[in-house]
Design a protein around this ligand. Structure first.
Ligand code: G
Ligand code: MN
Length: 258
């Protein structure tokens, strides 16, 4: 006998397999802000899945199911195509956009798809950033490094996401050539109340800078977090202090005002 949670999970997997064709995914945009000027220079584009019956499903929940059931590569392609379409819009001319990619969806076919879509929309590759998440274990590091090199050679920017939070951050940083690291939100947040955490936060930023990698501080929710990020001379900040993830129209209004 299956319990209700398992039953619900089975339903969700089945529904998730059809969510793309049923157009149940939407995009939200969270500003990335230049640290000193507070000017919006881009956004991270995030996916939201609105289930017809259960409503908004928390991302952590469906991403795990999608990863385990091999739906993620198709969903990631759909996201990439839509991000690039948005980059081609007039209102986004001076904006860069980033998106999350699980390392195991980042294969050669995906890279070719991204590069040909960029070409067909005549969008410079440097306006797209792929954030490699540490959520899944990397199955084939050698292959991943080749794909990352190919994308970077074409101009696409690569970031290491949630840096410092997982077990493999340092290994990833040693093996994968990246343009940016996004320091996991926990570091700036904990740094406010603890001298030790503050030192760790500074060390992570210094480490990234010392290997000529740009830093984006995530999870900036308060003025205190912002002051701390500012003190490290990191280039970009992201977090609820500036904006939560918002729909296209709202984000468009925000960049018009900036
Ligand atoms: O892991 P990744 O960097 O892709 O994180 C994106 C997620 O982090 C989004 O779901 C977004 O809502 C959340 N997020 C963004 N800014 C903040 C913040 O300032 N505080 C918290 N708690 N979550 C945030
Ligand atoms: Mn991210």
């Amino acid at each position: 006998m299956k319990n209700l949670a398992v039953k619900k999970k089975d339903f969700l997997i089945n529904d998730l397999s059809k969510a793309l064709e049923k157009e149940e995914f939407s995009l939200v945009f969270q500003s990335k802000v230049e640290t000193q000027s507070k000017k919006i220079m881009g956004a991270e584009v995030l996916l939201r899945w609105c289930h017809p019956e259960y409503g908004l499903i928390p991302t952590e929940q469906w991403v795990l199911l999608a990863e385990a059931n091999n739906f993620l590569p198709n969903i990631t392609r759909w996201l990439a195509a839509n991000v690039i379409k948005h980059l081609a819009k007039d209102c986004f001319q001076n904006i860069s956009l980033s998106m999350n990619v699980s390392p195991n969806s980042l294969d050669n076919d995906f890279a070719d798809f991204v590069l040909s879509t960029l070409r067909s929309y005549d969008v410079p590759a440097s306006r797209l950033m792929l954030e490699i998440t540490e959520s899944a274990e990397i199955i084939n590091m050698k292959k991943l490094v080749l794909v990352v090199k190919k994308l970077r050679l074409a101009g696409v920017k690569i970031a290491l996401d949630d840096f410092g939070a997982g077990f493999s951050s340092m290994k990833y940083l040693m093996e994968i050539p990246v343009d940016s690291v996004k320091i996991d939100k926990e570091f700036v947040q904990k740094a406010v109340g603890s001298e030790t955490a503050k030192k760790i936060f500074h060390s992570l930023v210094d480490l990234a800078h010392s290997i000529k990698t740009q830093v984006i501080v995530e999870g900036v929710e308060t003025e205190e977090h912002y002051t701390l990020a500012q003190s490290t001379k990191t280039k970009f900040v992201q977090g609820f202090l500036f904006s939560k993830p918002v729909c296209f129209n709202e984000f468009k209004m925000m960049i018009e005002k900036t």
